[in-house]
Design a protein around this ligand. Structure first.
Ligand SMILES: C[S@@+](CC[C@H](N)C(=O)[O-])C[C@H]1O[C@@H](n2cnc3c(N)ncnc32)[C@H](O)[C@@H]1O
Length: 315
């Protein structure tokens, strides 16, 4: 991980414009901050998806197309704290389904918490945790004879450009068997007055979450970022439905990163792109899956029409 991190930071900060991959937000401090973000009044995404998982659990289970007596794997990409999935797991167990839950996450810390939480709350659950980057772990998906349901929630897909989403969905579909299903949770395209506050809350938790990436570079790679000389600066392109989080340099400055043996120059106002959060509607999703064997089977919405959980069948 440290080598990957060093290479990705070197590559991202050498690019024009500068970028850093959002997957590195999630160290122990980042995991904690993200849990706080999910509780913020402005961050409607988690509450909307949670409502779908809590209030429509039976319909969701029906849409997964599994039979209780036939074992299957429930694989979750980027599982995080698993709080939404918990409703599904609990109901699947009480309905007598025979399944193994496989949460995949880049954060070892988050997986350890999740495992302990589920052991306590659902002692009968069969669980196999897999730590790593899910883009790299897709290969492992081939090695099972059981049918699979993949959960990809939290609008994680939205951290990719549409081009990369297409490639990812195509790769994922090739690892699946006809009849497998993917539950894709995505944030709906909507106006800036709702979206922007979700990435710029009044308590500054999202700012701290984004700036933590610089703290992580300082700690793990001997970086010399001064956090007070950067600010979190999110933007939202309402027409195209794309939110982008930047870290903006407040002064002209040179930053040494010891482990890379490099100095990076920043001009005042220069921005590092740290995350995109794409917003969707069904036509956008149809375009993304157009060249894949996925087809839209069932669509779940929350009561305020903010969010979608889409069940895709692998033909
Ligand atoms: C936005 S959180 C969503 C968590 C949860 N799925 C939810 O909906 O609440 C993203 C989670 O995905 C994980 N993650 C992000 N990029 C990843 C990657 N490339 N590979 C594996 N896990 C990743 C993070 O560690 C984090 O736990």
């Amino acid at each position: 991980m440290s080598d990957d991190f060093a290479n990705d930071v070197a590559e991202g900060l050498s690019a024009t414009p500068k970028t850093l991959p959002s997957k590195y937000f999630y160290d122990a401090a980042g995991d904690d901050l993200f849990i706080q973000i999910m509780d913020l009044p402005e961050y409607y995404l988690t509450r909307a998806e949670m409502e779908i998982f809590r209030e429509q659990t039976d319909s969701l289970i029906k849409a997964l197309g599994q039979r209780p007596e036939k074992p299957f794997e429930l694989v979750e990409l980027g599982a995080g704290d698993g709080q939404k999935t918990f409703h599904l797991l609990k109901k699947l167990l009480s309905d007598g389904y025979d399944f193994t839950y496989v949460p995949v996450d880049i954060s070892a810390n988050v997986l350890e918490h999740l495992k302990n939480f589920l052991k306590k709350e659902l002692p009968d659950l069969k669980i196999r945790i897999e730590q790593g980057d899910y883009f790299k772990r897709l290969k492992g998906l081939q090695e099972t004879a059981q049918p699979r349901v993949i959960l990809y929630l939290g609008s994680n897909l939205g951290n990719l450009t549409d081009e990369k989403s297409k490639a990812f969905m195509e790769k994922l579909s090739r690892r699946l068997t006809p009849g497998d299903r993917l539950v894709l949770g995505v944030d709906k395209k909507k106006s800036a007055d709702i979206v922007l506050p979700a990435y710029n809350d009044s308590k500054g938790v999202t700012a701290a979450f984004n700036l933590n990436l610089l703290t992580r570079i300082n700690r793990d790679l001997g970086g010399e970022f001064k956090l007070e000389q950067f600010r979190h600066a999110p933007e939202y392109d309402e027409e195209n439905g794309i939110a982008i989080s930047y870290l903006e340099s407040l002064v002209d400055q040179d930053i040494i990163i010891g482990a890379l043996d490099r100095t990076f120059n920043f001009t005042k106002g220069e921005k590092i792109k740290v995350e995109i959060s794409r917003k969707y509607d069904l036509p956008i999703i149809r375009k993304i899956i157009a060249d894949t064997p996925f087809e839209i089977e069932t669509v779940f919405k929350d009561s305020q029409d903010l969010y979608l959980d889409i069940v895709l069948l692998r033909d």
